[in-house]
Design a protein around this ligand. Sequence first.
Ligand SMILES: NC(=O)CC[C@H](N)C(=O)O
Length: 280
Amino acid sequence: MAETYDNLSGTVKIAMVGKFTGLSDAYLSVVKALLHACVACSLRPSVEWIAASDLEDESARTTPEAHASAWETLKSCACILVPGGFGDRGVPGMILAAKFARENSVPYLGICLGLQISVIEYSRYVLGLERANSEEFDSQTPHPVVIFMPEGSGTHMGSTMRLGSRITFFKNPDCVTSKLYQNSASVVERHRHKYEVNPDFIGQLESAGLKFVGSDESGRRMEVLELRSHPYYIGVQFHPEFKSRPGRPSALFLGLILAATGRLQTYLSHLPGLSSGTSQ
Ligand SMILES: NC(=O)CC[C@H](N)C(=O)O
């Protein structure tokens, strides 16, 4: 691995947009997953850490230099990743980053909170539901597009969090996510969340172009979203970074880096045929 790393030629700039307050190893797995995916593409990752709050309009008034620099960095990156997180700090900035990615065809991967951010962004700016939000950030929102999961975790005692390995079924084998998981019909990935997409808004969001291509076995809990009219815009409720390994990069991180470097379509066209199996 070390030898391979030394021989990497190019660099790919990845914008990581998150809360980033204080020291945290919460993003370590994400950084490693990016490394695994980049090495598989013979590239070095250059991770640009962008504090989401610096992207917010408020920051233009209070800390104009940080605001300008955050936007300059975001615009210089080949792809954008919004990782998981809890709490409302930086959420408006993450929404702006997702909007920027969507409107400018910049490859985007939203993980857990990052998926929920995409749903809020799309609801506000495409459906026109100005105050759409997650109940986590605004319990009074008139448009709760992300809601608290009523049952929490039934199988993991003592926790309101939905945790651990669970299966996601792809509704349509033609979606980019299923293809990246080697054309699997389903995939097992790890979870860690309390909120989920509100099923009452799925119809509206899908009619407006945001497709929910993967769900749990009930079909009501959304696990994967894609924007078809975009080179790579994927949100996942699970955490694909936890199962990424050197030499066996996570499919969605690989997809992000391939899209960022203009190689995704070629890669997808060389995949094996449809399988009815589960990707582990
Ligand atoms: N791990 C996460 O990103 C969690 C997202 C969100 N805070 C939730 O609880 O659902």
